[in-house]
Design a protein around this ligand. Structure first.
Ligand code: PMP
Length: 397
């Protein structure tokens, strides 16, 4: 039995499914997941003694690559000063200023511990502010595991979904129809400005601006879930990239430097509803945790250097052009979609499983599901990309 099988079997004795988040279990691709011992730059190092070029990068959180020296150095300093105080620190203000500097629409914000929490809290504020109940979301998106946003999970009573209205992404008619059905009752329109959880789906021209107009017309709060896109597709997020300003933005992943972190924030008038300023309750023992906040500061400082996003985009274009070229050469039907340093690779039915494992055998780790996005980091080299394309060529053969 190989070491991953062995570790997985042991983990399953104590941890539900052997993993602490379902997609990690390789359910979509089969086999035991690779257990990771450490990571550096573009590489994961497995308990199996092998190294893997990593295109998951903690689901996009480690945009500088794993264990970036500037992040690690700041973390070590921060940890030695104490790991949690349950009281405010100056560093929280430092990070909040940096976030607002990049995303000026986040006039006032709140730090939480995950993307799930950011979205869940943003919805509560939107409802508190508008005094309305319904939330429009899109079928193709994932916003974390808050009850009212999980239409397909057991354990969520139908009543909890009563105020969730689903529309189709890139289809403004479906949004208008939803608004029409719930005349005057829409508290929020919640959208991933680029869908990253159903392969990568780019917004059609005018879609996001259309949502902005509809939200304004019906008095709803427009919420951009930028948990993936924030500090990823540009320093200004999707809102800067596409030039559409939401009322509230949710961030996670990169904003916390790859540590457990989330943040939501937006128009001052709306955020003034949050306790202690207003009557919408939201709190957290570890919220604004000094370790996560310091990792965030270090990462955002690196990302504010000139040209970072151009480099990321160039590398990703190089990889994705190569993927399309190899697919064509092999007569395969690889569908590659990319924007900035996010990409997805989809293949018909069972072919993805085979493709995934063929790459894995060659030391290339892509996200273990055809519905998940993949990510490049600043640490990926030309050598990594060449090695990947070579593995793809062999896999497609
Ligand atoms: N929103 C989006 C767009 C996401 O992709 C995710 C998770 N990848 C979340 C929210 C939830 O974030 P978390 O896993 O940190 O709770």
């Amino acid at each position: 039995m190989n070491i991953n099988d062995k570790l997985f079997r042991e983990a399953k004795k104590y941890i539900a499914g052997g993993v602490n988040s379902p997609v990690r279990s390789f359910l979509a691709v089969g086999g035991a997941p690779i257990f990771i011992r450490r990571a550096k730059g573009s590489k994961l190092y497995g308990a199996d003694g092998r190294s893997y070029v990593d295109y998951c990068q903690s689901w996009g959180a480690t945009i500088l690559g794993h264990a970036h020296p500037a992040v690690v150095a700041r973390l070590l300093q921060a940890i030695s000063r104490g790991t949690s105080f349950g009281a405010p620190t100056e560093d929280e203000t430092v990070l909040a200023k940096k976030i607002k500097d990049a995303l000026p629409s986040m006039e006032l914000m709140r730090f939480v511990n995950s993307g799930t929490e950011a979205v869940m809290s943003a919805l509560r504020v939107a409802r508190g502010y508008t005094n309305k109940k319904k939330v429009i979301k899109f079928r193709e998106s994932y916003h974390g595991h808050a009850d009212s946003l999980l239409s397909k999970s057991d354990g969520v009573p139908g009543e909890f979904l009563m105020h969730t209205v689903e529309a189709a992404y890139n289809d403004l008619h479906s949004v208008k129809a939803a608004v029409g059905r719930h005349n005057g009752g829409i508290a929020a329109i919640l959208v991933e400005p680029v869908c990253g959880n159903y392969g990568v789906i780019l917004p059609k021209d005018g879609f996001l601006a259309g949502l902005r107009a509809i939200a304004d017309r019906c008095g709803a709060v427009l919420i951009f879930d930028e948990v993936i896109t924030g500090f990823r597709i540009s320093r200004e997020g999707a809102q800067g990239y596409f030039g559409v300003t939401p009322d509230i933005t949710c961030l996670g992943k990169i904003a916390g430097g790859g540590l457990p972190f989330g943040v939501y924030g937006g128009r001052r008038e709306i955020m003034r509803k949050v306790a202690p300023l207003g009557e919408v309750y939201q709190a957290g023992t570890l919220a604004g945790n000094p370790i996560a906040v310091n990792a965030g500061i270090a990462m955002l400082d690196e990302l504010s250097k000139d040209g970072i996003y151009d480099i990321l985009e160039e590398k990703t274009e190089g990889l994705c052009d190569g993927l399309r070229r190899e697919s064509k050469r092999a007569g395969a039907d690889l569908n590659v979609v990319n924007i900035s340093s996010i990409f997805s690779v989809s293949l018909e039915g069972g072919k993805f499983k085979k493709f995934f494992h063929a790459l894995l055998r060659k030391g290339i780790y892509i996200s273990p599901s055809p519905f998940e996005s993949c990510f490049l980091s600043l640490a990926h080299t030309k050598g990594d990309i060449d090695r990947t394309l070579e593995a793809v060529r062999l896999a497609l053969e």
